[in-house]
Design a binder for this molecule. Sequence first.
Ligand code: FRU
Length: 481
Amino acid sequence: MKSEREQKLIEQAYAEVEKYETLVNRDRYRLRYHLMPPVGLMNDPNGLIDWNGTYHVFYQWMPFRTGHGAKFWGHYTSPDLVHWQAAPIALAPSEWYDKDGCYSGSAISCDGKLVLFYTGNVKDEQGNRQTYQCMAVSEDGIHFTKKGVVITLPDGYTAHFRDPKVWRYQGHWYMILGAQSESGDGKAVLFRSADLCHWEHLGPIAGGNMNGLGPFGYMWECPDLFPLDGQDVLIVCPQGLKPDGMRYQNVYQSGYFVGRFDYERAEFLHGAFEELDRGFEFYAPQTMLDRNGRRILIGWMGVPDQNEDRQPTVSHRWVHALTLPRELRLTGGKLRQTPVEELKQLRKQKVAYPSATVVNELRSWPGLEGDAIELRLDNIELFGSMMEIYFRHAARLVYNSDEGVLTLERKSFVNGLTEKRQCRLPRLRSLHVFLDTSSIELFVNDGEETFTARFFPHLDDRTILFGTHGHLHMDIEKWEL
Ligand code: FRU
């Protein structure tokens, strides 16, 4: 049951969807096969869960404008991670403990119910922040009843304390939160519970000088801790890292530590921080374990405070989207991301050019163009110093084999100048590209590296061009999606 106030907010949000439906859907930059908000701003994926045979993805949503504010939880469901359906709004910021936003959180299954944990964001008249960790419960996975506050702010932290991710391990529930300590360090903080209502504060497990990390950002958002391939992985989004060579080029980062989590001592021994994605827009990912035992990640195709108001879709009253679902594996101490198998269902009209060759030129082949396509380049062999691919004259991927550097360039939507993101890559073997009308997701060497970005090409330009200084051989496959 929803309170009258929550019901009213939900009606206002639906009215907004209806009011702008035509404008939003007229936007030719609307994506074809990614999750987007029906109107307004979408940010973090929340509450990812495979529950009773249905995949659920909730998301941070501001229906009333294309900026941030008092967030709702929007909701999509899918039988297969490919075909999604909008479900009724799950949460609206209606109560004293969440009136300025039902902020990010997660979902679990308990006693046949789908239970959500989220952060209630509250600001007083002076703009001072308060934070509450809250619970909401559903019998059917569609209608949610708020149960109120389960955790208040412990000593030693500022009110930047949020984004609960909950899981079960050997008879207990655990919750990890993103936090800022009073001394101004980003941390990941752990709680434990036997009944989901009473939570014991076990303390920080990573961040702010722990584990020899040194100062590492002033706030950590959206933590996620899970076992994978025999080790434990902690994903976090540190805010406040300075650009460092090719690393940390976005306003805020999203990355992970690999290590070993000791439940007895609530201790996480871990290695170095690695960025999850090398592109322009990727943040606040969340993972879930699915029916097949796969660890699946979905991220936000956006970054907070990174010229969000300048994205071209804003004129059509919507902004941002989520990434494709990706399966995670751990190989050689590194996370590998690959698009989930199910996405093959989207494939139509295959075009293939086995043993395609490019020699000191810029060229294409009939049928490779498109604006919503999947492209696979396998067995890449480059005899020469560089290869490049132009996507609709608005994004360009360049591999410099002398330096071992892969670069994604795009035309900035702020000033039209070329901007770039890069990573080191000793060898380029394969590229797997998902283009949508205004996004690109690149999986390099079967997910060793990924680049995720929005880009806004001229709407009638569908060209894909391949170039090299030298000789380039590869097997090309392409599908319309
Ligand atoms: C990350 C974040 C979270 C917060 C949410 C608010 O993008 O700032 O820390 O819960 O977005 O929408």
